[in-house]
Design a protein around this ligand. Structure first.
Ligand SMILES: [Zn+2]
Length: 394
């Protein structure tokens, strides 16, 4: 059994212990006591150094803690351990912040916490709430930060499960002695994690993305130094956008909205223009082409057309009498084929057949069809085959 020193002192950065077992050729050490926190309760494990070797993982094995080392340790049984303190402090800020936030969700809105996750960049809280409005989120954030400013004490006690049960925010399934973490006048939780000494040490809580997860809601949050770092990154990103728009950051949201509206309107008018121009082009080509003996005009799209232009041109050709039309967008090797209805030819079926012979794929309606050819060399042969389709004016 490993005595867990962090249970009673989460601020122990270094400790001395004795190795009780070595496994995996000295890569996995078991100690009589340890300040290393193993991954559990959603909180990632500590890192650090043990016996001069880097600790890469700490595993909770019920009553023992396994220390997984970067390389084998073959020194004496008496070892010195040092915790990677900035990492521990960071997770203690996120973890204590989570207790405070869960308590605030409960107190303000009666939203029980379902699960928590502490990530390397972002942490999340899943609450039993069907929806969280922006207004509720702001209120939650303000309340949580007010509790931080009040610098309430955070204490750890060991209490009998039955006796403490009525005071717990969330029922514990365990019996016997529980480790209880209390935020003064705010929250009482059974928890084995590492926490701070007061809410002031959390520094700040920043709530971010709200996401619906089945019948619950997941809230992203960051605490302490991370919150400041995240806010800095947000500011840098936003001011970069503002600079490009030659505006202040407060002007960015309405300005972006109007640019998006403008872009949509431009795209719509551009589509209309392409349709018109393509219609004229198809008509001019038709007028300038001599029909074959069957009365059929066979038109090929100009080289260098865009995908939108080709689509519009093909549709326009299909609307002209006794016409077979084919074209390509070379960059994407996209082939279009169009047939006017009076020819009794099924464009989709013909294109599919022709493309199949060269290993390409495509299809469409009886009047217009699209597909792609696997290589540039096949393009001209495919277009020629399509335009050679047997047809005569009905
Ligand atoms: Zn906790």
């Amino acid at each position: 059994m490993t005595a867990r020193l962090y249970y009673t002192n989460s601020f122990l950065r270094a400790f001395d212990a004795t190795i009780v077992e070595r496994a995996d050729s000295g890569r996995r050490l078991y100690l009589d006591r340890s300040a290393f926190y193993p991954t559990s309760g959603g909180q990632p494990n500590d890192l650090g150094v043990l016996g001069g070797v880097r600790v890469v993982d700490v595993v909770d094995e019920d009553d023992r803690v396994a220390h997984v080392l970067e390389q084998p340790y073959d020194g004496p049984d008496a070892v010195h351990g040092e915790i990677d303190w900035p990492r521990r402090w960071d997770f203690a800020q996120q973890h204590t912040g989570q207790h405070l936030l869960s308590g605030a969700c409960d107190a303000l809105f009666d939203w029980p916490t379902v699960s928590v996750h502490f990530g390397d960049a972002m942490s999340t809280l899943e609450i039993a709430a069907p929806a969280v409005s922006p207004k509720q989120l702001r209120r939650l954030e303000e309340h949580a930060n007010a509790l931080i400013t009040e610098n309430r004490s955070v204490t750890v006690t060991f209490e009998d499960a039955a006796a403490v049960a009525p005071r717990l925010r969330r029922p514990s399934g365990r019996t016997g002695t529980l480790r209880i973490v209390t935020i003064e006048g705010h929250d009482v939780s059974a928890c084995g994690g590492t926490h701070l000494r007061s809410t002031g040490e959390i520094g700040a809580i920043l709530l971010r993305r709200v996401e619906k997860i089945r019948e619950n809601t997941r809230i992203e949050f960051v605490c302490g130094t991370r919150a400041v770092r995240r806010a800095r990154a947000d500011y840098d990103a936003l001011s970069g956008v503002a600079e490009r728009l030659s505006a202040s950051i407060d002007e960015v949201p309405p300005l972006v909205q109007s640019r998006v509206d403008d872009a949509k309107a431009l795209a719509a008018s551009n589509r209309k223009l392409i349709d018109e121009v393509s219609g004229h082009r198809a008509r001019a080509q038709w007028d300038g082409t001599t029909p074959d003996s069957g009365g059929v005009r066979r038109l090929r799209a100009a080289d260098g057309v865009s995908a939108d232009e080709l689509r519009a041109w093909a549709a326009a050709c299909a609307a002209l009498p006794a016409t077979l039309a084919a074209g390509v967008v070379r960059e994407s090797r996209t082939i279009a084929f169009a047939v006017s209805p009076d020819l009794g030819v099924n464009a989709g079926a013909v294109l599919k057949d022709v493309l199949q012979t060269v290993g390409g794929r495509g299809g469409g309606s009886p009047r217009t069809a699209q597909g792609t050819v696997p290589s540039d060399e096949q393009i001209d042969n495919v277009l020629a085959a399509l335009l050679a389709t047997a047809a005569a004016r009905a």
